[in-house]
Design a protein around this ligand. Structure first.
Ligand code: ATR
Length: 302
């Protein structure tokens, strides 16, 4: 029950009505009997600054940040971690002693979902799409000892831009920024590429790929019968296929991957594991992963 001692955390975004996060976090708090409550807040673009100031004033303990505020919120935060800094987006804030701390946990969440089924070391990874989600995932993949990372996008501009940022920001920061000392990276061994025009280039790259991550909205509800970005005959049984779309849980791409006997990772896992990281940042405790996953699946299947 909410009372005078309850700690409030939540999510800001617009729209926010369909967020699965309240179900996931409130289930976690209930499972560990923690005196926390997670509340969705609809915050319009123009109200971001006052919302962050208000959150501090209300002694809110933490916030998730979603569309359209993930980039802009950097201007409102006192300090942020290195991945948020590199990616240029914050999805989690912790408020403590009157200060706000920004984190990007989308990146670790995505990689943890993949590490659940394989070790990333020396893998050949293909990321399709070059938007905000691709950016967070690509930065984390690039520092995960993979052998090769290829960004494939429908249009050239965004893919080129992302690859440029990966190359310049990672090499510059890892050399010069002392804050990065706790991250080990041997960037010189990664073969980084980009290409555009998916239909032409994806099948060729999939032949030698170990992991395919689809960050495009193709197949997302209500467009569940979209043409998938790749078909079963273009995939192979040693491939790991991760679609970050989580509604539906089994997308058109994952259906094709199963036909090819490939290993599949549904989008719910990235959402789950970024949540697991957030939980730890706010409470200092290990998250009850199973309760959180069950809550997400129950919510999607409603
Ligand atoms: P997000 O920030 O959530 O990742 P986004 O910035 O809109 O979303 O990025 C979506 C990515 O998916 C973009 O790279 C987009 O390609 P373009 O750069 O060519 O716009 C890609 N995308 C969107 N719809 C697509 C479709 N139907 N087929 C292929 N790629 C698509």
């Amino acid at each position: 029950m909410i009372n005078g001692t309850t700690k409030i955390v939540g999510v800001i975004g617009d729209p926010i009505e369909h967020s699965l996060s309240p179900a996931m976090f409130n289930a976690a708090f209930k499972s560990l009997k923690l005196d926390y409550a997670y509340v969705p807040f609809n915050v319009k673009k123009q109200d971001l600054r006052s919302a962050i100031a208000g959150a501090k004033a209300f002694n809110i303990k933490g916030l998730n940040v979603t569309i359209p505020h993930k980039r802009k919120v950097l201007n409102e935060i006192d300090k942020f971690d290195i991945m948020a800094n590199l990616i240029g987006a914050v999805n989690t804030i912790k408020f403590s002693n009157g200060k706000s701390y920004g984190y990007n946990t989308d990146c670790v969440g995505a990689v943890r979902a993949i590490e659940e089924v394989c070790d990333l070391k020396d893998k050949n990874v293909v990321i399709v799409g070059a938007g905000g989600a691709a950016r967070a995932i690509a930065f984390q993949i690039a520092i995960s000892n993979v052998e090769k990372l290829t960004i494939i996008n429908r249009s050239e501009k965004k893919a080129k831009f992302l690859l440029y940022d990966l190359k310049t920001l990672l090499s510059t920061n890892f050399k010069d920024n002392s804050k990065l000392e706790d991250i080990t990276i041997d960037f010189s061994h990664i073969d980084l590429n980009f290409t555009h025009g998916m239909i032409e280039s994806l099948p060729k790259h999939l032949k030698n790929a170990d992991i395919l991550i689809d960050t495009t909205p193709v197949g997302m509800y209500p467009n569940i019968n979209d043409e998938p970005i790749a078909t079963a005959n273009e995939m192979h049984s040693d491939l790991i296929v991760n679609d970050i779309v989580y509604n539906p849980n089994e997308t058109c791409l994952l259906r094709e991957a199963k036909l090819a006997n490939a290993t599949t990772i549904s989008g719910i896992k990235m959402l789950l594991y970024q949540g697991v990281e957030n939980f730890k940042i706010w409470t200092g405790l290990e998250a009850p992963v199973d309760s959180m996953e069950k809550a997400l699946l129950d919510e999607i299947n409603k």
